[in-house]
Design a protein around this ligand. Structure first.
Ligand SMILES: NC(=O)c1ccc[n+]([C@@H]2O[C@H](COP(=O)([O-])OP(=O)(O)OC[C@H]3O[C@@H](n4cnc5c(N)ncnc54)[C@H](O)[C@@H]3O)[C@@H](O)[C@H]2O)c1
Ligand SMILES: Nc1ncnc2c1ncn2[C@@H]1O[C@H](COP(=O)(O)OP(=O)(O)OP(=O)(O)O)[C@@H](O)[C@H]1O
Length: 287
């Protein structure tokens, strides 16, 4: 008997058609199904409430019904509880989801039969300092992005790795990504794809005003430090640090940002026969 936590992005399954089918099927397999209380209340679901994340320790695995954004949002929540995630894509691209909506039953059968592996994915943590004082910190599965705000002005910043000066950049910003995030914004900014089982960090400038600025791939043990040019005309808080494209903090150019591998990891359920290159071909082009 398994304790299964269903995380439902209700905007992707507004009538809960899939969610109800999956929940009833899980119960028919003697699983105990847990869902967030706000979903149960709204939809009179007959399931066990998850009021807050302290109750997650009895969960065997989570099924995330949504797209990539829902999965990375859930990954940040579940990493500290070491709960494996099975993504079922109800969204658009669904790069991170292990299975598509129409193939949920055959694959959930395999999961309950133990025919899967857990793939651990490294995460990044970011600290923001102002005048040497830590003002914000967070961690992510995909990437930390430092970018300019609305005005179309470039950002001037210096990159240090393990306190060694790397380069000064004038660009729209910079993406610091994990191998998992290498196929997201980093890919759109012409950064390299890193197979997700690796432990690496890739830095890719966004639209650098330079003929030579390229991505740099680092070891996961490296520590990235970013400082900003002070003499460039700057309005207060005209820079943004974004975590997984979902959480953001406005900063100005006296901030200093430290990015390194997080101690936490995301655990993704990988079903027998599925692999990264199959998803890469299917989702991002190729035969
Ligand atoms: N120009 C771009 O490509 C761009 C711009 C901003 C943010 N992003 C990415 O979007 C991520 C947040 O995702 P979201 O769904 O909340 O925002 P979103 O809805 O803006 O998604 C951006 C796109 O990236 C895809 N995506 C997300 N993570 C991915 C991954 N690991 N591999 C391949 N594709 C991935 C999503 O499916 C979607 O198609 C951020 O971490 C950032 O990497 C991409
Ligand atoms: N139950 C949920 N769990 C996690 N995130 C949720 C949930 N409900 C809503 N969200 C919000 O949804 C956002 C993702 O929404 P988004 O519209 O980007 O969907 P998606 O999962 O990325 O699917 P798509 O591939 O269609 O973009 C997350 O950043 C989060 O804030």
């Amino acid at each position: 008997m398994k304790n299964v936590y269903m995380i439902i992005n209700t905007s992707k399954d507004p009538t809960l058609t899939y969610s109800c089918k999956i929940m009833d099927w899980l119960k028919s397999k003697d699983c105990k199904v847990y869902i967030d209380s706000y979903v149960r209340e709204c939809y009179a679901f007959n399931a066990i409430d998850i009021e807050d994340d302290s109750e997650l320790d009895e969960i065997d695995f989570a099924i995330v019904l949504g797209g990539d954004g829902t999965i990375i949002h859930s990954a940040r929540r579940l990493a500290m509880h070491e709960i494996p995630i099975l993504g079922i894509n109800l969204g658009n691209l669904g790069f991170l989801a292990e299975i598509e909506e129409h193939e949920w039953q055959e694959n959930l059968e395999k999961v309950l039969e133990g025919k899967f592996e857990i793939e651990t994915r490294m995460m990044l943590e970011a600290q923001i300092y102002t005048n040497g004082i830590l003002i914000e910190e967070g961690f992510c599965l995909n990437d930390v992005v430092i970018s300019r705000m609305a005005l179309s002005r470039m950002v001037g910043f210096s990159i240090y790795v393990n306190d060694e000066f790397v380069n000064y950049y004038s660009a729209d910003g910079i993406i610091i990504a994990t191998p998992t995030g290498s196929t997201a914004y980093n890919l759109s900014a012409n950064g390299p794809i890193l197979a997700p089982h690796n432990e690496m960090i890739v830095m890719t400038p966004i639209c650098p005003h330079s003929l030579t600025a390229r991505s740099i791939v680092l070891s996961s043990n490296d520590i990235v430090r970013i400082t900003f040019e002070h003499n460039r005309r700057s309005w207060d808080n005209d820079l943004m640090v974004t975590i997984d494209g979902q959480e953001g903090k406005e900063i100005n150019n006296d901030a200093e940002i430290i990015i390194q591998k997080a101690d936490l990891k995301t655990r993704l359920i990988q079903i027998e026969g599925h692999n990264f290159y199959h998803i890469l071909r299917r989702k991002l082009g190729g035969n």
